[in-house]
Design a protein around this ligand. Structure first.
Ligand code: ZN
Ligand code: ZN
Ligand code: FE
Length: 762
């Protein structure tokens, strides 16, 4: 028999996902000799056997992977045939430089669910059941390599039964680091501010309290949630009141797909997302406006998720209603992860606390996804998705290690090393002390975990973003080269990067529709048509710069943008244009004159070519969001939700020019208002008109420079209708259209673009 030897190195997400036992089984089935081990780069296999068997083994290696494994690369080299070891074993880890991936947390797998529901199983109704294919990962990791001792499970000593499973390569819990059972693992209990609530069945008691209209803080996988009966309008209102969150949509958890279908339409693709191990919140269309009405006021879609831990499964099994599951935190601060902090900070919000004693090391908010005409996209990248890396074009393999700091809103940073970008989970808006602290802590953690000593640090051009400031300080400390990246250039590059566009590829037209970001000319940008690549860009067209009277206040109060837009469109004549209309009366009650003075004198009224503010102004004009926005994007989201989909056949006129100005559009809006048109019709004509002018401008610019690729990016493209109109029309015209899919289109995706722009030699 012809005996040969091979060394096989497998890279990717191959540790902590049951890859070694999988290899072990394959090798034993094929009667091969040798061993498999984890090392700093992934999994290393040294194997000897008959040439044909070995060939089949190598081919099978990536054929039927464990569910959580992702293989990026397999290299095979020949080995000498030495003294044969007999049998195949799993060898001790060899820890060198860590370049392997940490796995995202994964929703409870079907096997574990089956055991949990089986009265004869020793883990019957155990809320922390898990295995190699499911359970907590990043949320409990302190350091690499991913090993029980480096997780918050280190304080639980495994009992003899759990040990046996852990050590048996044939067991589905072999090296499942969070392995536990009722005898040795974490426990749940119920608590209120007076202390422990005595009860035999804390989960059962929680179900009763929820049915009675209670608000319960529930410690989940990546943080605390606040839960209540989503069908109980009074209860939802009470939660809004207590959390001081009057309007921002709440996510909902439902027992199973059938239960979701009672309230929402679910497509095949959406079904797949909901059921995936990442178990994200998926934005779904409601069936009826009347259902779950307080959950997402003024919106046509709601964010829904399925239970993703055994604890959530047990809870939902007892309930006939879906639950509101909103992040447990006082408004504006990060989701709470620690028991003591929950008790102190959520007092007065939650009636009672469902606690457990498995510490959350890394806070992870729920991820949010949606499906549009181009497929699924990630709107918030966190639990179940982070810290998956994003493969880049080969040209990034040899770039210096880079840390990109992100923006100020929806902060997230990104580590770029070895040809892969690893974005941090969503952190939040860097406006409160707590969020900023959390941001800095996570950066340290990631630097430790990935042994990252950055040679380059990328920051936004805006010097006052806390992320830019912290980046500068880090660059000074680490001697890294500091590179500033213009905000909308980073939005463009982020989409190029996730689609693995080569650095030497032809330039693209970037349609960047955004709130605000500092432009290269020192003014505020936000509605930009760029031509560029990673190395640079030209600003080919942009939205008309319009004043932001009151700066930040203009972002919160849509009526200010309406005044500014009317003044920009019609000058001193603006009041006459709207006289006699209800909107004139509403504006009359506001200090509009003062706003005009501010604009004329240029006092606290910087001009911005923002796309987001145009939406705000139109929403205010049709009376959808006039006085104030309770949360970012509220006016634009409500305007999109108001669109009468039967009226998508004609839009307002906008002349195509280097500056997209809105005079004709406003004339159209007010003619319609005067004629008594429905807000839904005006909203439809606005979306269609805007998409139309953007498409025509793109066509003009693309043909001038002979460009065939268009990138769509920026926070305004979270608008599903606008995304759809642009993507489908541009595609029909023959363009290669790239949109944000793996990273958010909003500022949460910015750091990937920053990293790629900064890392390439210039
Ligand atoms: Zn499992
Ligand atoms: Zn045990
Ligand atoms: Fe932005």
């Amino acid at each position: 028999m012809d005996i040969v030897g091979r060394k096989i190195v497998v890279q990717g997400r191959v540790q902590g996902v049951g890859f070694r036992p999988y290899v072990w089984r394959l090798a034993n089935d094929a009667d091969l000799n040798g061993h498999v081990l984890n090392d700093g780069t992934g999994v290393r296999i040294e194997v000897w056997g008959a040439a044909t068997e070995l060939q089949a083994f190598t081919e099978n290696l990536t054929r039927d992977l464990p569910p959580l494994a992702v293989v990026n690369d397999v290299t095979v080299t020949a080995l000498k045939v030495t003294a044969l070891q007999s049998g195949f074993r799993i060898a001790e880890s060899d820890v060198g430089t860590i370049t392997t991936e940490i796995t995202p947390d994964a929703a409870t797998c079907p096997d574990c669910l089956y055991e949990m529901r089986d009265p004869r199983d020793r883990r019957y109704r155990y809320p922390f059941i898990n295995c190699t294919h499911c359970g907590p990962r990043l949320s409990i990791v302190r350091d690499l390599p991913y090993d029980r001792a480096q997780t918050s499970m280190s304080t639980f000593e495994m009992c003899a039964d759990c040990c046996r499973e852990y050590e048996d390569p044939a067991d589905r819990r072999f090296h499942a680091q969070p392995n536990a059972c009722p005898d040795c693992g974490p426990q749940v209990w119920l608590e209120n501010t007076d202390g422990l609530v005595e009860c035999a069945n804390p989960i059962g008691r929680t179900v009763e309290l929820l049915q009675q209209g209670g608000i319960v803080a529930i410690k989940g996988l990546g943080g605390f949630h606040l839960a209540c009966d989503a069908t109980n309008a009074k209860c939802v209102q009470a939660l809004r009141h207590r959390k001081r969150r009057p309007a921002k949509p709440f996510a909902v958890m439902a027992r199973d797909l059938d239960h979701i279908r009672v309230y929402c339409k679910v497509s095949k693709t959406e079904e797949k997302l909901l059921m995936a191990p990442s178990a994200p919140i998926v934005l779904l269309s409601r069936r009826s406006e009347k259902d779950l009405v307080g959950v997402a006021p003024q919106l046509d879609r709601i964010g829904v998720m399925l239970p993703h831990t055994p604890l959530h499964h047990l809870l939902m099994a007892g309930l006939d209603q879906p639950l509101v599951m909103t992040s447990g935190n006082p408004s504006g601060t990060p989701q709470i992860t620690q028991n003591a902090q929950a008790l102190s900070d959520l007092v007065g919000i939650a009636d009672v606390f469902l606690m457990h004693d498995r510490d959350i090391v890394n806070r992870l908010d729920d991820s949010v996804m949606r499906v549009d005409c181009g497929g699924p996209s990630i709107l918030r990248r966190s639990r179940g998705i982070a810290p998956a890396s994003i493969g880049l074009h080969d040209a990034f393999e040899d770039v210096p290690p880079t840390l990109a700091m992100g923006a100020a809103q929806k902060a997230a940073f990104c580590v770029l090393a070895g040809g892969h970008a690893t974005p941090s989970p969503h952190i939040g808006d860097l406006i409160t002390r707590e969020t900023y602290d959390d941001y800095r802590t996570k950066i340290s953690l990631y630097r430790d975990m990935y042994h990252l000593d950055p040679a380059i640090i990328a920051v936004d051009l805006h010097p006052d973003y806390l992320s830019s400031r912290w980046g500068k300080k880090l660059a000074y400390e680490t001697q890294a080269r500091l590179v500033t990246v213009q905000h909308h250039h980073a939005h463009l590059a982020s989409v190029l990067a996730e689609h693995q566009v080569a650095p030497d590829a032809a330039r693209s037209v970037g349609v960047i529709l955004d709130g605000t970001g500092l432009g290269s000319d020192g003014t505020i940008w936000g509605g930009e048509i760029l031509v560029g690549d990673y190395s640079g860009f030209d600003r080919k067209a942009h939205f008309q710069p319009v004043a932001l009277p009151g700066g930040e206040q203009a972002v919160r109060e849509p009526w200010r943008n309406l005044v500014a837009h009317l003044y920009a469109a019609f000058g001193a004549d603006w009041q006459r244009r709207i006289s006699g209309m209800p909107i004139a009366e509403r504006l009359g009650a506001k200090p509009a004159g003062l706003i005009i003075q501010m604009i004329d004198k240029g006092v606290n009224a910087p001009v911005a070519s923002s796309a987001g503010r145009l939406f705000d102004a139109v929403a205010a004009a049709v009376g959808i969001a006039f006085d104030a926005q309770q949360y970012e994007g509220q006016a634009a989201m409500a305007l999109e939700a108001a669109v009468d989909l039967r009226a998508l056949n004609g839009g307002y006129t906008v002349a195509v020019d280097e500056t997209l100005s809105w005079g004709a559009l406003w004339i159209g809006v007010f003619d319609d208002l005067k004629a008594g048109a429905d807000p839904g019709l005006i909203a439809a004509r606005f979306h269609v008109g805007l998409a139309d002018v953007l498409v025509r401008t793109t066509v003009r610019i693309a043909s001038e420079a002979d460009i065939s690729r268009v990138v769509l990016s920026g926070g305004v493209l979270q608008n599903r209708l606008l995304q759809h109109l642009l993507e489908s029309e541009l595609r029909d015209l023959g363009f290669d259209v790239l949109s944000a899919r793996k990273m958010p289109a909003n500022d949460g995706g910015l750091s990937l673009g920053q990293a790629c722009v900064a890392a390439l030699p210039r």
